[in-house]
Design a protein around this ligand. Sequence first.
Ligand SMILES: [Zn+2]
Length: 69
Amino acid sequence: MSDYCALCETRRPEGGTNHLVLKNDDGRVWIEFCEPCGKEEILTNAEGEEKSVYDIFWEGIAERDKNNA
Ligand SMILES: [Zn+2]
């Protein structure tokens, strides 16, 4: 299933969602989210830092691009 936001549980137009891959103790967790939900959903990392799903996603992209450069 693509383009379905797992946070607001609505189907989005094609390309309307992003996938954030998180690693936890059990392995990998995928969160599919639309932009408004991603900005509202706040996660706390191991350091106790609070960031939105949206910010974590884009930081991950930037990090990946930097590593590929
Ligand atoms: Zn949503």
